[in-house]
Design a protein around this ligand. Structure first.
Ligand code: ZN
Ligand code: ZN
Length: 185
């Protein structure tokens, strides 16, 4: 049991927060004035009504105010205000933008529609794949770690049986020769 001078965990649990919880280790709720001596120092996250247990003596307090969804933190060191950030929304937006940047629908990647690794090449996003040997023709084969689907990487024409015919077929398609006639070549 804790002695009377310490704050017990149950008292802490009863305190209401004035800042959102960190999300996946991300917490941006501190003074964001880079010139401030307490820039990046996390303020006391709890509301402290008069009957509440006091904050540790070295805690940075300041105050939080503003309308719902427009709350800001006023830093006691520099008096500048920083908008309270929704840590979860920031992490999600960061992930969305990162995915858009890495996503390329033209590269060979996991073929499962809707899989997070779909459109992410093994070369640029190796964390999503494991090597899975080679195909019978020697092309590298990969397995997606997220959905377990496999695929191979190689020349786009690697499955064509008669790639020597590609040029003539392409020329005929471009000159409106029907597929029925192309078949007889
Ligand atoms: Zn400050
Ligand atoms: Zn996948």
């Amino acid at each position: 049991m804790l002695d009377g001078s310490k704050i017990s965990p149950t008292e802490i649990a009863a305190l209401e927060r004035r800042f959102p919880l960190a999300f996946e280790g991300v917490d941006l709720n501190f003074c964001r004035n880079p010139q401030c001596a307490t820039y990046g120092v996390f303020p006391d996250p709890y509301k402290r009504p008069t009957d509440a247990p006091p904050a540790p003596p070295d805690a940075l307090h300041g105050f939080v105010s503003g309308k719902k969804h427009e709350e800001f933190f006023k830093c006691p060191t520099c008096n500048k205000t920083s908008r309270i950030k929704n840590n979860r929304a920031i992490v999600e937006e960061y992930k969305r933008l990162k995915h858009l940047q890495e996503f390329d629908p033209t590269v060979p990647s996991c073929r499962t529609e809707g899989c997070f690794a779909h459109g992410m090449a093994p070369k640029t996003s190796p964390e999503f794949y494991r090597r899975f040997g080679n195909t019978a023709k020697g092309d590298p084969h990969f397995q997606c770690r997220l959905c377990s689907k496999t695929f191979s990487i190689g020349k786009p024409a690697r499955r064509h049986l008669r790639s020597d015919k590609n040029r003539i077929i392409f020329q005929m398609l471009c000159t409106d020769v029907s597929l029925a006639k192309i078949r007889f070549r």
